[in-house]
Design a protein around this ligand. Structure first.
Ligand code: FUL
Length: 465
């Protein structure tokens, strides 16, 4: 048995054991489950995207592929500074645009003549991928790569031979830089009606990735590891299922409608959780023109709640500048956001009040029947809160389709203050401040027996405890 088959067999045994543990005798709408790797990925929640390449130096978003490689000339590339920044921001990994649509490779690919090698940077011996992979390891971050299938430089693009070229490039990045936790296959293509047409061999690409690193989470419009959330604003749907129907679809022009990607499919046949990508600046690449347009911390906090808080991972783009460093306004903003997230979510006002539901452990949970149910958080004294966080135990699926939260009023009546549909890995909701000692969460609709892992109450007001 070769190495890949062995890992595949282990994964299959793991999945079988898990569904036995989750089994509940229902017609089993829960049988679409995440792989162990997808659960681990969803628990990462927040990562850094870095757009960097010739566009950084030409002030463009989409290069033509005709740029002279020498335009790529960072004077002070420092991937350790990127990693230190991501780490301080509480991000769990970094995904770099190893090759954007202009075709320029940030590693010295043997399959292209449009790379760091031809740029003359560092005497043609530079390799940004190597430097970032090493920095991520040093800072305890996961390392990921974005490789654009659309290539405006490669002479083979538009012919069947390009598929082999692209597969070969995937092989290079997946075999020469250590573990790659996520591989981003961008579906974008701007060739237009008169442009080159490439029939992508997705089977070949996915097979290549599986053979090199079977654990890599593959991002595309339709997964299979995780899916695009359908917009570049960082907003998942208020209802957001991790499941998706992918049959008959493919990345790019053949993808499902963006509102489907945004919400997922309640009975979707595959587990393909959402990833929300958004840039901290107006563009994806660095431009001096956007130095004063870095998103405000309140805006980033809202994005965080609308992505991580709606069952999707947040991939926040922080472009490196022409020196090859994360610029100061961006890193400052990331630290501010971290401060706000820690201040608000660092301590739940409900900690310890409801057993497994409030123990901070995502692997302990309380089960509810297919008809739903309720749980109560009883606090020693009244607290003021304006945020509620709920988490499902997703290794057994995503089952909750409706819930509401109430507090007990002065006359003993239950007063609803918020309600929603899906929960999934995490649901964060904000509402007008409530002061109460007793809070009740009711699961009003479930697809089957469901499991709630965590429930937390938080307050955004400064100085709240
Ligand atoms: C899009 C690309 O066209 C943008 O340039 C950027 O890379 C974004 C993340 O994906 O499809």
């Amino acid at each position: 048995m070769n190495r890949c088959n062995f890992f595949g067999m282990l994964a299959a045994i793991g999945a079988a054991m898990l569904s036995a543990a989750c089994g509940d005798g229902n017609p089993n709408p829960a049988d679409v489950l995440p792989s162990a790797g997808q659960t681990e990925w969803q628990r990462m929640e927040y990562c850094m995207f870095v757009h960097f390449g010739p566009n950084t130096f030409t002030d463009s978003e989409w290069g033509t592929g005709a740029e002279h490689p020498a335009v790529f000339a960072p004077e002070a590339l420092d991937c350790r500074q990127w990693a230190a920044t991501a780490r301080a921001a509480g991000m769990k990994g970094i995904i770099l645009t190893a090759k954007h649509h202009d075709g320029f490779c940030l590693w010295p690919s043997r399959l292209s003549t449009h790379t760091v090698r031809e740029s003359g940077w560092r005497g043609g011996r530079g390799d940004v991928l190597r430097e970032l992979a090493d920095a991520c390891r040093e800072y305890g971050l996961r390392f990921g790569v974005y490789v654009s299938p659309w290539d405006r430089n490669h002479p083979a693009y538009g012919t069947p031979a390009y598929n082999e070229v692209f597969a070969g490039m995937l092989r290079e990045v997946l075999t020469e830089y250590g573990e790659v936790f996520e591989l981003w296959l961008d579906g974008a293509n701007g060739e237009g009606p008169g442009g080159k047409r490439q029939e992508y061999d997705w089977e070949l690409f996915l097979g290549t990735i599986r053979a090199c690193q079977p654990q890599t989470i593959v991002f595309s419009d339709v997964g299979p590891g995780c899916r695009w959330i359908g917009n570049e604003r960082g907003y998942a749907g208020e209802t957001c299922w991790a499941r998706l129907d992918t049959a008959g679809f493919e990345p790019g022009a053949g993808a499902p409608p963006t509102d489907t990607l945004n919400r997922g499919n309640v009975f979707g046949a595959a587990w393909v959780p959402g990833e929300a990508d958004v840039s901290i600046r107006p563009g994806w690449f660095y431009s001096p023109a956007t130095d004063a347009k870095v998103k405000r911390v309140e805006e980033l906090f809202d994005i965080y709640c609308a992505s991580v808080g709606r069952n999707a991972n947040l991939l926040l783009n922080v472009p490196a500048d022409r020196r090859g460093r994360i610029p100061a306004p961006d890193s400052l903003r990331l630290v501010e956001l971290r401060g706000m997230l820690d201040r608000v979510f660092g301590h739940s006002l409900a900690a310890g009040a409801a057993g497994a539901l409030t123990d901070g452990d995502p692997d302990t949970y309380r089960e509810f029947g297919a008809r739903g149910g309720a749980f109560e958080i009883v606090l020693p004294e009244p607290v003021t809160f304006d945020m509620l966080v709920l988490q499902e135990y997703t290794p057994c699926g995503q089952l909750v389709a409706g819930w509401e939260a109430e507090y007990r009023g002065a006359d003993g009546e239950w007063i609803r203050f918020v309600r929603g549909t899906t929960i999934g890995h995490k649901r964060i909701v904000r509402f007008d401040p409530v002061t109460a000692r007793r809070v009740r969460v009711r699961i009003t609709r479930a697809l089957g027996r469901c499991r709630i892992a965590e429930a937390g109450l938080y307050c955004t007001a400064e100085g709240a405890r």
